[in-house]
Design a protein around this ligand. Structure first.
Ligand code: GBH
Length: 474
């Protein structure tokens, strides 16, 4: 009502950037067009038993062919920025050698369309779709992949840098390393804690190499990385639970923020995992300095907190945080217990807890004062209620989720966190990795038979947030 509007308690600072996010393999389809070669997600999704319902990204949202109307839809919703990812194997088939003009052309056309619509492009170089040929050569477990990634970054920067001035190197390297090579629930589906730690280091190095390549090609570009930092909470304040939280924070968060932001791997992480990997041969002289190349902004992807307690012998077997795998994604901390906090969950079974986002933004602000931040992903999967009467998708639970989390971001900004923007995950319902099309994160509904897009009620609500630069009432 008018009283609320007059007080206007939840306004964001002027210039706060409102966006939506997607990723190449989750929306593009057209996996064999324009010279694209297979990625590890093509291989994985076509391997029986790896993805729910045998779903693949072969067609996905057919965005490769529908990008123009998708941008028009973004424009109608008032979206200010679009965070998308580039498919490495479209731009550089096989992950080495010269650029593929058709692949670059697709992203060039997408970027032109965005700029015409007044939408800021935010390009992510890597959202989990490693060229299969690179995996056949060892993938992220091999140092050479980091070097190849730097070369790919240079090609992308050269072709798109005149029109894209915000870049992120990696999306959630924790998932690439520990779900890809540890628990195996993501591509390439390997399950070896030593390989997972090697992958983590090479992803860090890849971030450093790509940042250097972007800097030298594009001196004025903004360079960022998106991390799924875990908001780790001990179940109780017992010393054993506190130590469990410290260990998960080390191998979940500081394994990336340590070298990226502070120039070194944390000593406690090295001690916790020295029986698994020989860090002295893995980390070569100069690596930590290369990974520490300054960034302009840290992207934080947040969905749910992690509540942990002391290790027990049966933990690995009952741990819900391991997903559909007998293998832990937590090298050296396999027996730590993860707990689902009481209260509401999303369709993923993840606890809905906006205080986790607030605490995360404040913790990173205290640990790295002055570091500009952005929420580069936040959102929830909810089953859609599609009413035939008015053809609308009444996703009130998603609106409630967004409302609470935006209020948490607003509170963090008020309390001193330098949060520059927020990207809703996701623009469209899409291929939700191991869950296939069964889980819907979109603000826009996708009918996978017709490819019809229908903005949900949450998309309308988000439009109002953007138009008012505030958190609207429910
Ligand atoms: C992001 O991953 C991805 O960047 C995006 O592509 C994806 O579609 C989106 O989120 C939704 O999944 O296992 O119960 O302890 C997020 C991956 C989610 C992994 C939270 C760790 C912990 C929940 N992370 N998860 S639980």
């Amino acid at each position: 009502g008018p009283a609320t509007a007059a007080i206007d308690p939840l306004s964001f600072p002027p210039g706060f950037l409102w966006g939506v996010a997607t990723a190449a393999y989750q929306i593009e389809g057209a996996t064999a067009e324009g010279g694209r070669t297979p990625s590890i997600w093509d291989t994985f999704s076509h391997t029986p038993g790896k993805v729910a319902n045998g779903d693949t990204g072969d067609t996905a949202c057919d965005h490769y062919h529908r990008y123009r109307t998708d941008v028009t839809l973004m424009s109608h919703l008032g979206i200010q920025a679009y965070r998308f990812s580039l498919s490495w194997s479209r731009i550089q088939p096989g992950g080495r050698g010269p650029a593929n003009p058709a692949g670059l052309d697709f992203y060039g056309r997408l970027v032109d369309e965005l700029l015409d619509a007044g939408i800021k492009p935010v390009a992510t170089l890597y959202h989990w779709d490693l060229p299969q040929e690179r995996e056949d050569a060892g993938g992220w477990t091999e140092r050479a992949t980091a070097e190849r990634f730097g070369e790919y970054a240079a090609l992308a920067a050269e072709a798109l840098g005149d029109r894209v001035d915000v870049w992120t190197t990696l999306n959630e390297p924790w998932c690439s390393a520990f779900l890809g090579y540890g628990s195996g629930v993501h591509a390439p589906g390997r399950t070896d804690p030593a390989l997972a730690l090697r992958a983590a280091h090479h992803l860090n190095l890849a971030h450093g190499r790509a940042t250097a390549a972007l800097r030298s090609a594009l001196p004025t570009a903004q360079v960022a990385v998106s991390l799924n930092l875990h908001q780790v909470r001990p179940l109780t304040s017992s010393p054993a639970d506190l130590d469990a939280a410290r260990r998960i924070d080390a191998v979940g968060n500081r394994i990336f923020t340590g070298p990226m932001l502070s120039g070194a791997y944390p000593a406690d992480l090295l001690a916790d995992t020295s029986h698994i990997v020989d860090w002295d041969t893995l980390v070569q002289p100069g690596d930590e300095a290369a990974i520490n190349t300054p960034i302009d902004l840290l992207g934080i992807n947040y969905y749910t907190p992690a509540v942990v307690s002391a290790p027990t012998p049966d933990a690995a077997a009952v741990n819900h945080a391991h997903g559909e795998s007998d293998h832990s994604p937590w090298p050296g901390s396999e027996s730590i217990n993860f707990h689902l906090p009481p209260g509401e969950t999303t369709d993923m079974g993840w606890a809905i807890d906006p205080t986790g986002l607030y605490d995360l933004l404040m913790a990173i602000t205290h640990a790295h004062p002055g570091l500009p931040l952005a929420v580069t992903e936040n959102g929830g999967a909810f089953p859609d209620v599609l009413t035939t009467a008015d053809g609308q998708v009444h996703d009130h639970d998603r609106i409630a989720y967004l409302h609470k989390h935006l209020a948490a971001v607003h509170q963090a900004v008020n309390d001193g966190a330098d949060v520059r923007g927020y990207f809703l995950w996701s623009f469209l319902d899409n291929f939700e990795w191991a869950y296939g099309y069964a889980k819907r994160f979109g603000a826009v509904h996708v009918d996978y038979d017709t490819q019809l897009r229908t903005p949900k009620r949450s998309a309308r609500w988000y439009s109002r947030a953007i138009a008012t630069n505030s958190v609207p009432a429910l």
